[in-house]
Design a binder for this molecule. Structure first.
Ligand SMILES: [Fe+2]
Ligand SMILES: [Fe+2]
Length: 355
């Protein structure tokens, strides 16, 4: 139960929307835009100011919230339009405990805010999910480090990450999982955690047995592990890859397959990792498999992978709304199994799923 709200004061609500979404993953958040009532309706536990402090009305707005602060150690995060000595001094004089340039990535602002908030005040729903995402991310980073070193990797360690994912999605809902994952900065880990969360929601919806659920989420978590050996300038390139870069990027399923085979991974998971970019019409890679050559696990995983890639948040692109992503999936008839796409759509539309 939250003991108060994090107030996000903004004079540019459109630009603050991503920040608002991320703050909501760690706490109750109230947004106050220009023209709204300039006093808090519930006790503030932190203030994030995305205001232009060179404007008198903005300074007055911030002051009106600060004079009701309940404790002298309440975090006050200021996003500054400019960071001259004068601006920083002004923000500190107003009560800022942390200052960032206004263009700072929202996840970095929220990480700093989270570190400042007292743990015992963190929302009861968000906290276990944050813990489970952190646990799954630790598993992933160990895995990727192992692959970068040429493997083999510990599959027992991977299995330790499965329960946290399934439990978090089952108890906290997929939305909470996705919002928490989006606060993590590494794009590849973020993608794998998103695919794993979406996969967990899918198999929970389909009513898989516990063992089969774990098997599928394991394949989802591992599917892109070969990317650990793709050069970072290609892996993290904003925008489209050129033809040569694409050739290199397309090696990741086979790299992942080879490393996992050396590590003693089971055949079904190996197949899912190697073939998660295959399409039913034979247009996929690396083997151009067609129809019945593509296993059920791969068919399910490919849907989760494409959906996660479409709805991901990147600094250089807006996230695609879930409904638009579903429209793209349903337009891929011939490449994806449409009956599964339909089940997937239902799974994503369940309460607590992405909206
Ligand atoms: Fe992939
Ligand atoms: Fe992927």
């Amino acid at each position: 139960m939250a003991l108060g709200a994090v107030y996000l004061l903004t004079d540019r609500p459109d630009r603050s929307a991503a920040l608002e979404t991320l703050i909501k993953t760690i706490a109750h958040c109230e947004v106050v835009a220009a023209g709204d009532d300039a006093s808090p309706s519930v006790l503030p536990r932190a203030i994030v100011s995305d205001l232009t402090l060179s404007r008198r009305e903005s300074v007055n707005r911030l002051r009106s919230f600060l004079h009701v602060r309940k404790a002298s150690d309440m975090p006050v995060v200021c996003l500054l339009r400019s960071t001259t000595d004068h601006d920083l001094r002004q923000a500190r004089d107003l009560g800022a405990t942390i200052c960032f340039p206004a263009y700072t990535a929202p996840h970095l602002v929220v990480q700093a805010l989270q570190a400042e908030l007292k743990t015992d005040e963190t929302d009861a729903i968000a906290q276990p999910v944050i813990r489970n995402v952190t646990r799954a991310k630790e598993v992933l980073s160990g895995l990727f480090d192992g692959v970068r070193g040429g493997g083999p990797i510990s599959l027992d360690q991977v299995d330790a990450g499965l329960d946290p994912i399934l439990a978090a999605v089952k108890e906290g809902g997929l939305t909470q999982w996705l919002e928490t994952v989006w606060t993590h900065d590494d794009a590849t880990y973020q993608h794998c955690l998103l695919v794993a969360g979406v996969a967990a929601q899918f198999v929970l919806h389909l009513g898989f047995r516990t063992e089969d659920r774990e098997h599928f989420v394991r394949a989802a978590l591992l599917h892109d592990v070969g990317k650990a050996q793709i050069p970072l300038e290609i892996l993290n390139k904003p925008g489209r890859l050129d033809a040569d870069e694409m050739v290199i990027m397309r090696r990741h399923p086979v790299i992942g397959y080879d490393i996992l085979r050396k590590s003693g991974c089971d055949t079904a998971t190996l197949g899912a990792v190697r073939h998660h970019h295959e399409m039913l019409d034979g247009s996929g890679y690396p083997n151009g498999l067609v129809g019945a050559e593509i296993s059920d696990t791969v068919r399910l995983l490919t849907i989760c992978d494409i959906y996660a890639a479409l709805t991901e948040r990147r600094s250089y692109k807006k996230p695609m709304p879930a409904r638009e992503a579903m429209a793209i999936l349903t337009g891929m008839s011939g490449k994806l199994e449409m009956s599964l796409v339909q089940h997937f759509g239902n799974a994503m539309l369940e309460p607590n799923s992405a909206s």
